[in-house]
Design a binder for this molecule. Structure first.
Ligand SMILES: Cc1cc2nc3c(=O)[nH]c(=O)nc-3n(C[C@H](O)[C@H](O)[C@H](O)COP(=O)(O)OP(=O)(O)OC[C@H]3O[C@@H](n4cnc5c(N)ncnc54)[C@H](O)[C@@H]3O)c2cc1C
Length: 405
């Protein structure tokens, strides 16, 4: 008898990558997405080498390179003093085929994934305008309820439904951690920061006006520069999103690094995000399992969140596809998935993203100087820089997970 499909809730980048990876292995998959179409999401845009390798394995890296930006080095800057460290990613050339960061907005990745699903994975069906309300599971499968009152039976249920995951809530697992009091405002300008010496990825340290600066492709060359900076808890969202308020803040944030253009920074997008550090207590319960933001959330400093989601997707699909095909027991594989992906998230992704934020916003001038000096010394020493890049580019975390049996 043919097995019921694997149901995935959420057609964000993680859900689509999971569906594609399962579909390429012949599994039957139904993706249920609440929205009527793929969303335009300004969040992720930076992919680390192991993630590009995995996306290459799914057959989409070539297309990503056609519109993406290759970023061969990334910088740490002091808001007043300029560049204090520049990490050369070519130091990783003997450990990866992609020794750079690849930049492409996540809303440009999702159509590439969907297109590949449609061309190469005919067993995958993606249904839009299909919000999931809840589900019940038994020993043999999962009954998923949609908001329109219809239902669908699946052999397994994967929650790729983001921060407020319905699947995670149904699993009744904790989502421990915290929410930062400050939010992130992300503004995009067409003003070419590359002409001011910015490499495609950079972080500006300052006790108040720290920032992350990223070059993203937008509709094509010359692309856009995305600047993410903090909004304090007491600041009003409508006020800080006023174009003049953004201009004033950009001038402050970029002050020591860029002379503001006459007439101000030409702006294209601006949005505000709440930022959390949370990891689900368990990634799998019975026949339900979590991937991506449904399983873990972190601040965007270091570009780790979606990268981790893609790592979940490929790891899980590699285990689940043969189980679905052969009808074998899933328990051991789900336990292993949890042991491989959860601790990595806590030890590597949570620790790194929290550390990155603390370093950028350090208030004590002596500690700040010390941090920046150490980063400069690390970047200048090829051996230390390579070791640092192995960590920050998530190569170690993928290798560590693979060692867990
Ligand atoms: C400012 C910012 C910058 C970032 N930059 C980076 C970066 O450079 N690199 C990086 O790796 N990460 C980055 N991240 C994190 C990254 O954006 C997320 O990790 C990523 O979007 C997670 O993808 P996902 O598919 O798991 O979840 P989501 O993108 O949230 O997708 C979830 C999907 O599920 C759907 N859904 C939700 N509920 C239901 C339901 N009940 N029924 C059906 N569908 C449902 C939603 O509509 C959505 O399409 C950044 C985050 C922020 C805030």
């Amino acid at each position: 008898m043919k097995a019921d499909p694997i149901i995935i809730v959420g057609a964000g980048p993680t859900g689509l990558a999971t569906a594609l990876a399962l579909g390429l292995e012949g599994a039957s998959v139904v993706v249920l997405e609440a929205e009527p179409a793929l969303t335009i999401d300004l969040r992720a845009g930076s992919y680390h080498p192991p993630t590009v390798e995995m996306l290459d394995g799914l057959g989409v890296a070539k297309t990503m390179h056609e519109s993406g930006i290759v970023v061969p080095s990334w910088q740490i800057r002091d808001r007043e003093a300029g560049v204090v460290a520049e990490f050369d990613m070519s130091l990783l050339k003997d450990v990866t085929r992609f020794p750079y960061r690849l930049h492409l907005e996540q809303h440009r990745l999702t159509p590439i994934l969907l297109d590949r699903i449609r061309k190469a994975a005919p067993t995958v069906e993606v249904r839009f305008a299909s919000p999931v309300a809840g589900y019940d599971q038994d020993a043999d499968g999962v009954d998923v309820r949609l908001e329109d009152g219809s239902a669908l039976r699946g052999s397994f249920l994967i929650g790729a439904d983001g921060a407020r995951s319905v699947v995670r809530r149904g699993m009744q697992v904790g989502f421990e951690g915290f929410t930062w009091p400050d939010r992130f405002l992300v503004a995009s300008t067409s003003h070419d920061l590359g002409a001011h010496g910015f490499s495609g990825a950079g972080y500006i340290a300052d006790p108040t006006h720290w920032a992350a600066v990223f070059h993203v492709p937008d509709d094509g060359p010359p692309g856009l520069w995305r600047i993410a900076y903090p909004i304090q808890a007491e600041e009003d969202e409508a006020e800080v999103l006023e174009p003049e308020a953004i201009q004033d803040r950009l001038k402050l944030v970029l002050a020591g690094n860029v002379a503001a253009p006459v007439g101000g920074y030409p702006l294209k997008y601006a949005s505000i995000y709440k930022v959390h550090q949370r990891v689900a207590d368990r990634f799998a319960v019975g026949r339900t399992v979590l991937v991506g933001d449904a399983a873990h959330l972190n601040n965007p400093l270091g570009g780790l969140g979606l990268n981790g989601g893609i790592h979940d997707a490929v790891n899980l699909a590699g285990k689940l596809a043969p189980i679905w095909r052969e009808g074998s027991d899933h328990q051991q594989a789900f336990d292993l998935y949890d042991r491989q992906r959860r601790p990595v998230n806590i030890k590597a992704v949570q620790a790194m993203s929290i550390r990155n934020k603390r370093i950028l916003e350090e208030r004590d001038p002596a500690v700040r100087r010390q941090h920046l000096h150490e980063l400069g010394a690390t970047a200048a020493d090829p051996v230390k820089a390579k070791a640092y890049l192995m960590e920050s580019s998530m190569i170690n975390s993928v290798r560590d997970a693979a060692q867990v049996h």
